[in-house]
Write a protein that binds this ligand. Structure first.
Ligand code: ZN
Ligand code: ZN
Length: 364
């Protein structure tokens, strides 16, 4: 008898450029689970690193990893004991899963703040990802998405990262007697642009910085969201925002030297949140006494933020729904290419003005 299989992208972790199409076994549907047809998968820097062999670990006992962690899926079948889900419903599987020790953070649903570091992540480490025609997942780890968001819900996962980073920074800034009003976002990639939209929709005045001309798509999206765009290669941040100091800064470029330039643009009682994991080893000559002095004398806060909990996913879904009316047609523009599964490696190619490449997985 033929084993039931479906098409997937697989990589051999640790091996450069190993991504290939391969038939993989279809999982059995257990109690409390959903069988999901994978509609779309968004590609990001993590997928690049996995295919570069720099990152990623297969599930125990296997020698291959199915990448893909930003996804939109459709329910095909509902397992025993699952209520509230029907075939045809849309859902986004959560990426990170609690550590086996169930540390106090994971036990409270905050796997994004896991204390052991032994969590597993779909498509990244220890769990197969979404770049396959179908998969099975626990219903408790799938976030529901309304069908009206079909065209942009593949952005729920990257937006969940922003919901946590920006949401927690705004929450922490309640320490300030004066509500934050101005924000700086460094880097106009998917995270930077989603942060811009989120800050704008929270009523903030936003400046966004990148190194592309003002007629680039990234600049146009930032401007359409009501933000001021700065082309740092033409007019450096310091000149473009002379005399201006920000209440909140979001570092989304993943270029560490920018962190210190953003820090220097922080106002009193302000906060800088870092979202990008920086590759490389840049060295800077920094007056650390001055950094220390400014952080202390100006009550400044420096925050790092990674991953997201369930409530950040549901906030992402709610915001995408709000933005559909507030910024008609704007959010889908962040998806700059859609390719079939076999062209996964093309989707990995970086292009200057590309924002979020997406792979369409299940053919219907
Ligand atoms: Zn990602
Ligand atoms: Zn944990």
């Amino acid at each position: 008898m033929d084993k039931q299989v479906c098409q997937a992208i697989v990589v051999t972790p640790g091996k450069k450029d190993s991504a290939r199409v391969q038939a993989v076994p279809i999982d059995e549907l257990g109690a409390g689970q959903l069988r999901l047809r994978v509609l779309e998968v968004g590609i990001c820097g993590t997928d690049h690193e996995i295919n570069e062999g720099l990152y990623g670990a297969p599930p125990k006992g296997l020698d291959y990893l199915i990448p893909g962690h930003e996804s939109l899926t459709e329910v095909m079948d509902v397992g025993r004991g699952v209520s509230g889900w029907m075939p045809g419903d849309l859902g986004v599987p959560i990426v990170r899963r609690p550590c086996p020790e169930m540390c106090p953070a994971c036990a409270r649903g905050r796997w994004d703040m896991c204390l052991t570091g032994n969590y597993r992540e779909r498509g990244i480490s220890g769990l197969q990802g979404m770049l396959r025609e179908q998969m099975v997942d626990d219903a408790d780890f799938v976030v529901r998405v309304p069908k009206t968001l079909r065209g942009c819900a593949v952005l729920v996962e990257p937006l969940s990262i922003v919901e946590k980073a920006v949401g927690e920074t705004l929450r922490l800034q309640r320490r300030s007697p004066v509500p934050p009003r101005t924000a700086l976002v460094t880097g106009a990639g998917p995270i930077g642009l989603l942060a811009t939209l989120l800050l704008r929709s929270r009523g903030m005045e936003v400046h966004v910085l990148d190194r592309l001309p003002k007629d680039s798509l990234k600049a146009k999206i930032a401007t359409a969201a009501g933000a001021t765009y700065i082309d740092d290669s033409k007019t450096p941040l310091e000149a473009a925002t002379k005399g201006l100091y920000f209440d909140i800064a979001v570092e989304a470029s993943g270029y560490a030297p920018l962190l210190f330039r953003a820090l220097a643009k922080l106002g009193r009682n302000a906060a800088l949140v870092l979202t990008g994991v920086t590759a490389g080893h840049h060295s800077l000559n920094i007056d650390v006494d001055l950094v220390n002095q400014e952080l202390v004398l100006e009550n400044q806060l420096l925050i790092g933020s990674v991953n997201a909990a369930r409530h950040h996913y549901t906030s992402a879904v709610a915001d995408l729904a709000r933005w559909k009316t507030r910024y008609p047609g704007l959010v889908p523009q962040l998806i700059t290419s859609r390719r079939p599964l076999e062209q996964f490696t093309d989707a990995l190619q970086k292009s200057e003005d590309g924002i979020k490449p997406v792979v369409g997985v299940a053919q219907r």
